[in-house]
Design a protein around this ligand. Structure first.
Ligand SMILES: [Zn+2]
Length: 202
């Protein structure tokens, strides 16, 4: 038996009403705490990465961003509580390759046994993806970003790859991966998308 459409829509609306504000509030607290803790370790992009990404991002974006390499990405404890509600979440922050908090990019860089002391440089395409999120944060503001991200996540029935802000980041990342020498402005793409409002309001 399939669940009727009206029931799914009603259930999603209820979840949005119940969960969006608390998750945005907890998310903002978490991001601010992480930024305070990690900012002192933040490094600007190296010259090679900047050259590879120059022309895709404004110079200001490439200059403001800081990266931190961590053995693994910490997940807030409350995300575990949300998971225990039985929601069909397919996403674990601790298994992510990278995460962006404003203009701070945290990259998972597990120390391997072969090379315990040398930190691997993060993949440029991964940084490209995270930089798209930096531009989204700058365009929407912290609260606007969280509101859109969390709302999109609930509307996508908690499937990470169907979150509209992730779809946009993966689409632009793929364009870069396919043709790394064919430049386009990520800022202009995002401004244009915001103008035409193609990220649906759940
Ligand atoms: Zn992403």
């Amino acid at each position: 038996m399939t669940t009727p459409g009206w029931f799914r829509r009603g259930w999603r609306l209820l979840l949005t009403l119940l969960l969006r504000s608390p998750l945005c509030y907890l998310g903002a607290l978490w991001i601010e705490k992480q930024r305070r803790t990690l900012e002192p370790e933040g490094r600007p992009l190296d010259a090679l990465t900047r050259t590879a990404l120059n022309g895709f991002f404004d110079r200001d974006t490439l200059e403001c961003v800081r990266t931190v390499a961590a053995a693994s990405i910490e997940e807030p404890r409350w995300l575990g509580w949300v998971r225990r509600l039985g929601l069909p979440m397919d996403f674990t922050l601790s298994q992510a390759a990278g995460v962006t908090y404003g203009d701070l990019i945290l990259v998972a860089n597990p120390v391997t046994q072969d090379n315990p002391s040398v930190a691997k440089e993060p993949d440029v395409a991964l940084l490209f993806h995270e930089l798209v999120h930096v531009v989204q944060y700058r365009a929407l503001g912290l609260h606007g970003f969280l509101h859109t991200y969390v709302g999109g996540w609930i509307a996508a029935d908690f499937r990470y790859l169907d979150i509209p802000l992730e779809i946009e980041a993966y689409r632009l990342e793929e364009r870069f991966r396919t043709s790394p020498s064919e430049m386009f402005s990520v800022e202009a793409e995002i401004r244009e998308r915001l103008r035409s409002q193609t990220v649906p309001e759940p």
